[in-house]
Ligand binder design. Structure first.
Ligand code: ZN
Length: 458
């Protein structure tokens, strides 16, 4: 039996701009956008609200199978639902086994299909041991391959030295697959970490000093070197760039025709080192939170168009693994739980504070990632024929994130107690409301696997 939904009277953010419109949905697909849309069986009143395309969060870690106690697919996608995230692209680590083989891919799809409330795609991993497995993973439908230039922090996911990365990029170029790179220079981070630790420092800012922006810049330069000669079709995407200097390297290469893109994350836009000093391990991540001048320069670069997309890098762990670093930053596990924060941060600090338009927010959080990872036009924009994935937001609503509204399993988030102007009030995945009236109403198992379009399909 067909199910129809009418979203009435909202300000709809379309690729062509925002306009007041009704949206008709039948069986999870957008069938009409306009002013003469007839009634649906379910009518959603969006007057006074903004309808954005659902966020395609291309960078999350749910850690299941293997480390479900760190988060898991249900808690992770409940957070997605609250954050207006309708599709997640999940990283190959820190699940166990990591998604570095076709078998591990199948195991993760099995658990995600049972538990996810929102749609999901999977990254594969590129590690020294699995270059021969990359074609099989590509065949399974990974959205890209994640590689680390520095230590990942986890024993079953090794970094690839430059020589291996160059070989891996040749393999992925032939597969027309994208490589997502954690770009911090292993050699530089190792040296600066040793220097800082020899001073006996255990304070929070020691972590920042040990991993300077220069380590990102050097790694990006070396990545570009590895891409040279990899062949036609080589594509790289630098995840979680924290500084404008890193973005400038990417931008300069792109100007010269290199197929390289860059992500930044809400926590680099929302917080400074002073916040990290005050909040502590909840904000420990790599690359680290930067000083205020670097943060402001990152915003400037974003507003100038040098950021391709925003991903949350939602990466939780057990509460105890954060708390043990309260007095000694080296002991805390790294990773920020931020899947709920992307839109609130971009609306509060972007739209209201810096004039970042809603169209640009839609592009950075939905259209751009959907295009880069081959999910467009099914995902990423509000258009007839696309999946009916929406984040309905009240851009003027002031609110504070409290513990009741935080889904992450550990209960730990740097955003707890933060006040925002701009709230997700409803999230819709393929026509089904999964979050409304401050309640997650979606059901595990609703989420479906998405795979990239065949090469050159768009
Ligand atoms: Zn990550």
């Amino acid at each position: 039996m067909s199910h129809s939904v009418l979203i009435r009277g909202g300000t709809v953010v379309l690729p062509t701009g925002q306009k007041p419109a009704d949206i008709a949905v039948t069986d999870g697909i957008i069938t009409a956008i306009g002013s003469e849309v007839s009634d649906g069986a379910e009518v959603i009143d969006a007057r006074g609200l903004v309808v954005l395309p659902g966020v395609v969060d291309s960078h999350v870690h749910f850690n299941e199978p293997g480390r479900a106690e760190w988060e898991g697919w249900e808690a992770g996608t409940r957070g997605a639902a609250r954050g207006g995230v309708t599709t997640v692209l999940e990283m190959p680590l820190n699940a166990h086994p990591p998604t570095t083989t076709a078998l591990a891919f199948d195991a993760k799809v099995a658990v995600a299909s049972r538990k996810a409330l929102v749609d999901f795609g999977l990254w594969g991993g590129m590690v020294p041991e699995n270059l021969a497995e990359l074609p099989a993973l590509a065949g399974r439908g990974v959205v890209g391959f994640k590689a680390f230039m520095s230590e990942s922090g986890i024993e079953d996911f090794h970094r690839v030295a430059d020589g291996l990365l160059a070989i891996g990029l040749k393999v992925t170029a032939r597969l027309n697959a994208l490589v997502g790179v954690h770009a911090e220079s292993h050699e530089m981070v190792e040296r600066t970490t040793r220097e800082v630790r020899e001073e006996g420092r255990v304070d929070r800012l020691a972590w920042c000093r040990a991993r300077p922006p220069a380590a990102e810049v050097e790694a990006i330069k070396r990545l570009l070197g590895c891409m040279r000669g990899a062949g036609k079709g080589v594509r790289a995407h630098v995840v979680h760039v924290s500084c404008a200097a890193g973005l400038a390297e990417v931008d300069a290469a792109r100007t010269n025709g290199v197929a390289i893109t860059a992500e930044t994350c809400p926590h680099y836009l929302a917080f400074t080192e002073q916040d990290f000093e005050r909040i502590g391990p909840a904000l420990k991540c790599a690359p680290p939170i930067r000083d205020a001048a670097t943060r402001d320069a990152l915003w400037h670069a974003l507003l100038a168009g040098q950021v391709d997309l925003i991903g949350s890098d939602h990466s939780p762990c057990r509460a105890a693994d954060k708390r043990k670093g309260d007095d000694d930053v080296w002991h805390a596990w790294g990773g920020v739980s931020g899947i709920q924060a992307t839109l609130p941060v971009l609306i509060t600090d972007g739209l209201h504070a810096r004039g970042l338009s809603l169209e640009r927010i839609a592009y950075l959080t939905a259209t751009s990632p959907a295009q880069l990872f081959g999910l467009y036009p099914r995902k990423g924009a509000i258009a007839v024929g696309a999946d009916a994935d929406f984040a309905v937001v009240d851009p003027q609503k002031q609110w504070t994130l409290d513990a009741d509204a935080l889904e992450t399993r550990s209960g730990i988030s740097a955003y707890l107690g933060q006040t925002f102007t701009g709230k997700v009030v409803r999230t819709i995945v393929r026509g089904r409301t999964v979050f409304v009236e401050d309640q997650v109403v979606g059901a595990p198992g609703w989420g479906q696997l998405v795979k990239p379009n065949a090469p050159h399909a768009n």
